[in-house]
Write a protein of this length. Structure first.
Length: 310
C-alpha cells in the first residue's frame, strides 16, 4: 500500500481524511504540532513534528511518501501566527514534498481565492495555489466554502450564540450566500482525488445553499432556539463579535471573515460535491450542537484538548 502523509491528522478535516486512509489499509504519517491531542487511531499513525523552520526535517518526514494531504492553514492573524507566515510555511512544505519525491499533493484551499483580493486570507490561498502549480507536482486543489461536522467551529458557535442570546444579528441584510460541506464528504473527496493523475481544481461544496440569515434560522430551528434575527451594520456586528471574543478568550469572528461573507466569497455556481445536508445533520445533532463553545485559540493553547470537546 502507498504511504500517505496528512498534515494535522488529529485535527478536524485531517482526522476525517486519516480515518478513511486507515480503513483502506494505507500507511499513514502525520506532520503535527499536536502529537498529544486525543485521537482514535492508537499507534496506527506515524507521528512527525511539523517543523517549518527545518526544511531538511520536513523532507525527512516526507521521504518515501507517495501522497501528501495538506490541511494546514491559520484562520486569522494573531500575535503568534498569521497568514503571511502560513503562506511561507506551506511553500516550504511543498518544496520538501518535491525534494522527497512525493507523487501527488491534495491541497485544501478556499472558494474564490484571488491573487488580487484585498482580503489576506483569500489572497494567501491564491498564492499557495500558484506555488503548488509551480512545483510541477501532480495535484488536486480542493476549495471548500465552510466545513461542518463534529469538531467544527462556525456552525457550532452560531448554535452556541443562539442558545444564549435573545436576538441574533446578521451583517447588513444577511442575504449573502454560503455552501457548507460536511467534513466526511470533504474527506471522501480528498481521498478520491488522491487516486487521480491529472491536475484538478474543484469547489468542495455541500448540497444546500443558504443565505447567512437562512443558515442562522435553520440552526435555530434545529436546536429548538429560534430567535429574532436583526440586521446590524458590519461595524456594530464586529463590535459584538469582539465582545464575545473577549468573553470567551477567543476570536469569535474577524472583520475579514465578515467581509468575505458579505462579498459572497463562500458561494459558487459549481455543482455540489457533498451529499450530507446541514439541515439534517443539525437536527440529528441538536442536543450537542452549540452546547459548548468551540475555541480556536483554546485548541492552539491546549494541544492535548480533543476536538470532540465541543
Amino acid at each position: 500500500m502507498a504511504v500517505h502523509v496528512v498534515t494535522g491528522a488529529f485535527g478536524f478535516s485531517g482526522r476525517a481524511i486519516t480515518a478513511r486512509l486507515l480503513d483502506r489499509g494505507h500507511t499513514v504519517r502525520t506532520l503535527t504540532n499536536s502529537p498529544d491531542r486525543p485521537h482514535p487511531f492508537g499507534d496506527r499513525v506515524q507521528v512527525y513534528p511539523m517543523i517549518f523552520t527545518d526544511p531538511d526535517a520536513l523532507a525527512r518526514a516526507l521521504n518515501g511518501a507517495d501522497l501528501l494531504y495538506n490541511t494546514y492553514w491559520v484562520r486569522f492573524n494573531h500575535r503568534r501566527f498569521g497568514h503571511a507566515s502560513a503562506v511561507e510555511n506551506t511553500i516550504r512544505l511543498f518544496e520538501a514534498a518535491r525534494r522527497s519525491g512525493v507523487q501527488r499533493v491534495v491541497h485544501t484551499s478556499i472558494t474564490n481565492p484571488s491573487i488580487d483580493s484585498p482580503l489576506e486570507y483569500f489572497r494567501g490561498k491564491a498564492e499557495l495555489e500558484q506555488a503548488l502549480a509551480a512545483t510541477g507536482l501532480s495535484h488536486s486543489i480542493l476549495r471548500p466554502a465552510v466545513l461542518f461536522g463534529q469538531g467544527g467551529i462556525l456552525v457550532n458557535n452560531i448554535a452556541w450564540a443562539l442558545r444564549r442570546l435573545p436576538v441574533f444579528g446578521v451583517f447588513g441584510d444577511g442575504n449573502y450566500r454560503l455552501q457548507p460541506i460536511h467534513v466526511d464528504d470533504f474527506a471522501d473527496l480528498a481521498v478520491e482525488h488522491a487516486e487521480r493523475s491529472d491536475d484538478v481544481v474543484i469547489d468542495a461544496i455541500g448540497p444546500e445553499t443558504f443565505t447567512f440569515r437562512s443558515l442562522v434560522e435553520t440552526i435555530g430551528r434545529a436546536i429548538g432556539r429560534p430567535r429574532r434575527i436583526i440586521s446590524v451594520s458590519p461595524r456594530i456586528g464586529f463590535m459584538v463579535a469582539s465582545l464575545i471574543g473577549r468573553m470567551t478568550n477567543d476570536v469569535f469572528l474577524t472583520r475579514e471573515e465578515i467581509d468575505g461573507l458579505m462579498q459572497n466569497l463562500l458561494w459558487t455556481t459549481s455543482r455540489p460535491t457533498g451529499e450530507v445536508r446541514l439541515t439534517d445533520w443539525a437536527t440529528d445533532n441538536a442536543q450537542r450542537l452549540g452546547s459548548r463553545y468551540a475555541s480556536e485559540l483554546g485548541r492552539r493553547r491546549d494541544r492535548t484538548c480533543s476536538y470532540d470537546a465541543n
